[in-house]
Write a protein that binds this ligand. Structure first.
Ligand SMILES: CC(C)(COP(=O)(O)OP(=O)(O)OC[C@H]1O[C@@H](n2cnc3c(N)ncnc32)[C@H](O)[C@@H]1OP(=O)(O)O)[C@@H](O)C(=O)NCCC(=O)NCCS
Length: 168
């Protein structure tokens, strides 16, 4: 790993409050599908406001370059068996992760995925789960997530993965 350390050390990662939402939206919405930008705005507003969830932002030179959202408890997908679903009920769920294209492959997402763990442990969760269309292998290879199941919804294939925290 040869990340650009000077760049990363100039990045500021923090848990956002509602006051941060407008500028984050302004900086990030250009990469969202224009049809769904209102959903993105509504989502980051809720994650910044509600106590059971969090919006983390990364700023570089006073501009937002990445975000992630995570929730303490989320409904587990119906497609899972009881054996698969039950452990996830005590896990947090990461529900969004995006780095602006020009800042990718510099370690920014890795900062945020580590932040999921810190936040989830503080909340007393036993692990984290995530659903992804294309990045299942990435979560496995780089962050040691395990595949729980492959599902298909309205013709779209998705992978559910989890990472369990060791019992202390
Ligand atoms: C996926 C995404 C979040 C990665 O962000 P990033 O900041 O580039 O990730 P990092 O720099 O922390 O990369 C961590 C590792 O993954 C690798 N990597 C990054 N993007 C990758 C990709 N698309 N495919 C395969 N490997 C990738 C990096 O090279 C790095 O590997 P290394 O540790 O061996 O050097 C970013 O590409 C993105 O926002 N994509 C669009 C939205 C998305 O797919 N979100 C996640 C889906 S749930």
């Amino acid at each position: 790993m040869s990340y650009n350390r000077p760049f990363l050390s100039d990045c500021i990662t923090f848990e956002a409050t509602p006051e941060h939402v407008a500028s984050a939206y302004q900086d990030l919405n250009r990469v969202m599908n224009p049809e769904f930008v209102h959903i993105f705005l509504d989502k980051i507003e809720r994650y910044a406001r509600k106590p059971d969830r969090a919006l983390f932002l990364v700023q570089y030179q006073n501009s937002t370059i990445a975000f992630t959202t995570i929730i303490d408890k989320a409904p587990v997908p119906d497609e899972l068996t009881v054996e698969q679903a039950t452990p996830l009920m005590g896990y947090s769920c990461a529900t969004g992760l995006m780095v602006l294209p020009e800042f990718r492959k510099k370690g920014v997402a890795s900062l945020l995925v580590k932040q999921w763990e810190v936040w989830s442990r503080e909340k007393g969760c036993q692990g984290i789960w995530v659903v992804t269309k294309k990045m299942g292998e990435w979560y496995r290879k780089h962050f040691n997530y395990l595949q729980v199941e492959l599902i298909e919804r309205q013709g779209v294939k998705k992978t559910i993965l989890k990472k369990s925290f060791p019992v202390e």
